[in-house]
Design a protein around this ligand. Structure first.
Ligand code: DON
Length: 535
């Protein structure tokens, strides 16, 4: 079974399974296909994480997070007067990190794949060269972003009809430059992306436009295989992503805190339930801001402590069941989070389970396509803390663990996660949504474990989010009745509602019945073209 943000990518994965590929093969094929069909977040110009639990008990994680180029430095997002230059941090050529996705797929394939890599890239080449029909969802994106597409000739060539006008719903959208890049990857392997024509075109465009990425940066990029991070929640084992994601640690901390409460008897979405969720979130996100960043750059990161039951018990000790705590006075801001990352899940017939979350950061990333390459570049440098030592109300976080340095990986919230029961994969889950990713995954898990919901219900259910600072409890529109919001306010929470267009996350999951092994795949109803398919 495959669950992803686009039906054509889902079916590329399912077809690989049918042809004898395993879950890793299908995940790679789905990932390449999403790079063609779901340009908001599917990518070869971004990065992400893959977590696998194999039938034989092996567990592993692949980190293909983007890196800062060699010319990057901690003060690169300041202007000449020393003021924060947001346009360089989160937009334009300097916001681009060295892409990791292609290296990540090759690394995972070398270790765990079964079918030849070309079989996994060919479906994407077919989709890019033969074209796909422009859906209403794509059309809406294209209209919204048209001004940005026009800013960059490479982007206009890829995303506008003959480079000249927006595509209409029903039009056939071909991506010949992307197809050519994918063919180079198919024929030359990783070198088809990180060296030669693709790398040269990318580096030339960087040079011409004030970007930092060089051919050397591209040649030096390496995906990393890392041991998975483990935790447990009420008897289920958690296998998730370690740093440079903050997702796994923060998820396990929150679940460890919540394990000390009888959430089910509080009643689903009662003020008591939501208060305990919010207080757990507040504490885990404070840890995140203080401690987490690239693991190689922060060798002293207290990972074992943060995920320990003892640490959670200490944090739980500070929670008043009817009173909101105040977040520390250190001022952290709340940058807008979009949902444009994407998560997908694969389980094969043998029971191998793979979850991938990958991203360009914002929707359509930096909106930049280097001429002649056909693929969008990320704006992931925006996930680094921009101004060393300055953390204030205007949106700046300056804590040391996540400052820019050459080669460093920026902190992520992506949380591809697999829960096991009796040693076998039970729930595959993940979501986009920036910092709300972790609280989205948390609530799907709590809905399943504590409230015994069906996966479809657990994913569709409204969600809340608290991230320590700003000290605000955000609730999806219609997420709670007014009396619950009032009760939460009476506890001392600052409650705000997201508007209808500001849903929280787009979770994708698969649940495997331990008794029958029957799989149920669920794409979040918040995802316009999400799809689940098996065979
Ligand atoms: O890695 C991260 O946590 C983010 N760059 C993910 C981006 C995302 O989900 C979309 N929203 N900001």
């Amino acid at each position: 079974m495959v669950v992803s943000a686009h039906p054509l990518a889902t079916s590329a994965g399912v077809q690989v399974l049918r042809d004898g590929g395993n879950a890793v093969d299908a995940a790679i094929a789905t990932g390449f296909a999403l790079a063609v069909t779901y340009p908001a977040a599917g990518n070869i110009g971004g990065g992400g994480f893959l977590v696998a639990v194999m039938k034989d008990g092996r567990t592993t994680a692949f980190d293909f997070r983007e890196t800062a180029p060699a010319a990057a430095h901690a003060r690169m997002f300041l202007d000449s007067a020393g003021a924060y230059a947001e346009d360089r941090h989160h937009e334009g050529w300097t916001s681009v990190g060295v892409p990791g996705t292609v290296a990540g797929f090759f690394a995972a394939h070398a270790k765990l794949g079964r079918l030849p890599m070309r079989r996994l890239i060919d479906p994407a080449i077919g989709l890019a060269s033969k074209g796909i029909t422009v859906s209403w969802a794509l059309y809406d994106d294209f209209v919204e972003l048209d001004d940005e597409f026009l800013r960059h000739p490479g982007t206009a060539a890829a995303f506008r009809k003959k480079g000249k006008e927006p595509y209409q719903p029903g039009d056939l959208w071909k991506q010949p430059d992307l197809a050519a890049t994918l063919r180079r990857i198919r024929d030359k392997g990783e070198a088809g992306f990180y060296r030669g024509t693709t790398a040269r075109r990318l580096a030339e465009a960087m040079r011409a436009n004030g970007g930092l990425i060089t051919e050397e940066d591209l040649a030096a990029y390496r995906a990393k295989e890392r041991p998975v991070l483990r935790g447990s929640y009420r008897g289920a084992e958690i296998v998730t992503m370690p740093p440079p994601s903050s997702g796994g640690i923060t998820l396990i901390t929150m679940l460890n805190i919540l394990e000390g409460y009888d959430l089910a008897s509080a009643g689903w979405h009662s003020a008591g339930h939501l208060h305990l969720l919010a207080e757990s979130m507040r504490r885990a996100y404070a840890d995140r801001a203080r401690h987490l960043g690239d693991p190689e750059a922060n060798p002293g990161m207290p990972v074992d402590l943060l995920v320990s039951k003892e640490h959670a018990a200490r944090l739980r000790g500070g929670i008043d069941p009817a009173r909101a705590s105040r977040s520390d006075p250190v001022r952290f801001n709340d940058p807008p989070e979009s949902v444009e990352t994407t998560h997908y899940c694969v389980v094969d017939a043998e029971g191998n389970a793979v979850v991938v979350t990958y991203t360009l950061e914002d929707s359509y990333g930096s909106k930049i396509v280097a001429p002649g390459t056909g693929f969008l570049l990320n704006n992931e440098m925006g996930d680094f803390n921009p101004v060393p030592g300055r953390t204030d109300t205007t949106g700046l976080i300056g804590t040391p663990p996540n400052l820019v340095a050459p080669g460093r990986r920026m902190l992520s919230s992506m949380t591809p996660t697999i829960l096991l029961r009796d040693g076998a994969p039970w729930l595959l889950i993940g979501s986009p949504g920036g910092r709300t990713i972790i609280t989205t995954v948390l609530q799907v898990v709590v809905n399943m474990v504590d409230f015994r919901m069906d996966l479809a219900e657990a994913i569709a259910a409204p969600r809340i989010h608290h991230q320590w600072l700003p000290d605000v409890l955000r609730i999806e529109k219609y997420g709670v009745p007014p009396e619950t919001a009032e009760r939460l306010a009476s506890f001392g929470h600052r409650v705000t509602f997201r508007g209808s267009s500001r849903e929280q996350g787009r979770a994708m999951g698969i649940v495997i019945d331990p008794a029958t092994a029957i799989r149920q795949g669920v794409a979040d109803p918040r995802q316009p073209e999400g799809s689940a398919a098996g065979y």
